[in-house]
Write a protein that binds this ligand. Structure first.
Ligand code: FHN
Length: 419
């Protein structure tokens, strides 16, 4: 058991022998992914029968205890004619995100892919009749982004034997094992068979699932696509990498492969009145904070029922992409740097270089750096393509780098220290 205050979500740890597994290398290098929560819940968008339903948008069915027979009707209205896979993938690409994880089935049970095992899917039950995952698979291949699938393996509020719906069904009489064997596994097989190479399967809310069930899911994924990763929320600490709690960034660096799943506002699925967007600076600094502690940032967008990624999300992602286009060297493929636990800066590292990410640029530009533990041979601003050397002088406890008098970058100014 993890302590209650662990940043890692209960059951979502990494299996012990995964730490050195080279199958994770692309993911360790990637650092930044796009999460997409898209489903029928984008239609009510936080409101049911004229009432605002508190909480995250994709939980509306549970929060308002909407009967299956009523919620199902939403499918008849789902017609996201503005969905354009090329545009979505291009937003991720321009944001500097290297993988994309989309909800194939969330807790409401509606399948966003064509499944043989139910008619409650986007191809069979909606006027739209297209399979967005197939279109995204083709675009991801074309634009060089790894496609990954979210799949809710325990909670399914539509399936009579899935976990979570106690307003239509009786929890105690559910055949949860039958649901895993005869529904979840065949669907996971479909996802790994019909859409080309899949980077990872992102399972969620690992309550109720036994170790044997988690293990059989991991084995199934690896049997069909050996290179495909499985996130920690498959349960029972046997995933390829650990997942933190939602929106939680550990206070210290963790000696694990881990990822923070996070929202840009406060919801995952689209909610029309959630306009509390994090600023580009906040998002960039979160990405850097996470990277400096050895993690990945999986940042969510919640497209509308028309198939549009909300413009405020696009604007923020593109701002992150602009910053990464200049400073990506200090993020992708880096390891945590030697200085940890400072408010004003973060550090990342690659052989021969330490990247000093300065969040609070000191007035006058004298950067006092202690605790590097290595001899610094030079310094320059990463944004300076001519690498003009900055003066470095030694002090009893470290060095002083003479930078420009005001911050070169409003989000995070990166100074490269050669060591
Ligand atoms: O219940 C879900 C929630 O809707 C969302 O999918 C997040 C993403 O990490 N996972 C669960 C809560 O942790």
């Amino acid at each position: 058991m993890l302590p209650d205050d662990s940043p890692i979500r209960q059951g979502s740890g990494q299996r012990t022998d995964a730490r050195k597994d080279p199958r994770l290398d692309w993911w360790r290098e990637a650092k930044f992914g796009m999460f997409i929560h898209w489903g029928l819940y984008a239609i009510p968008a936080g409101e049911w029968k004229g009432e605002k339903i508190p909480g995250i948008g994709e939980w509306i069915m549970l929060r308002a205890r909407i009967p299956v027979a009523e919620y199902e009707q939403l499918a008849k209205q789902f017609n996201p004619v503005h969905f354009n896979a090329a545009e979505w993938v291009s937003v991720a690409k321009r944001a500097g995100q290297k993988y994309l994880v989309i909800t194939s089935k969330h807790h409401d049970g509606f399948c966003m892919f064509d499944s043989k095992y139910t008619n409650y899917d986007i191809v069979d039950a909606t006027p739209f009749g297209r399979d967005p995952l197939r279109e995204l698979a083709a675009e991801c291949q074309k634009q060089g982004i790894r496609l990954c699938f979210y799949y809710s393996q325990t909670q399914d509020w539509h399936h009579p034997n899935g976990d979570g719906n106690d307003w239509d069904y009786v929890e105690e009489t559910k055949d949860f094992d039958g649901y895993i064997e005869n529904y979840v596994k065949p669907q996971v097989r479909e996802l790994l068979t019909n859409y080309g190479p899949i980077g990872l399967i992102w399972f969620d809310t690992p309550k109720r699932i036994t170790e044997a069930q988690s293990r059989s899911l991991v084995d199934l994924v690896h049997e069909i696509q050996p290179a495909c990763l499985v996130n920690g929320r498959v349960g029972n600490h046997i995933g390829d990498y650990a997942s933190t709690r939602d929106n939680v960034i550990p206070a210290d660096l963790l000696d694990l492969d881990w990822e923070t799943p996070a929202t840009i506002n406060h919801t995952w699925g689209y909610k029309k009145d959630d306009e509390d967007w994090k600023s580009p600076t906040e998002l960039i600094q979160k990405l850097v904070d996470i990277t400096s502690k050895g993690g990945n940032y999986l940042l969510n967008v919640g497209p509308t029922a028309e198939g549009i990624i909300p413009q405020p999300s696009v604007d923020r992602l593109l701002a992150m992409g602009e910053w990464l286009a200049v400073n990506g060297e200090a993020v992708y493929g880096t390891r945590p740097g030697p200085i940890q636990g400072q408010e004003w800066c973060r550090t990342t590292t690659k052989p021969g270089k330490i990247y000093l990410h300065v969040f609070d640029w000191p007035t006058g530009g004298q950067l006092r750096v202690a605790g590097l533990g290595q001899k610094v041979s030079g310094a320059y601003l990463l944004a300076d393509s001519s690498k003009t050397p900055l003066l470095v002088s030694s002090t009893p406890d470290g060095i002083v780098v003479a930078g420009p008098s005001s911050a070169p970058d409003a989000h995070d100014s990166v100074v490269v220290l050669t060591v």
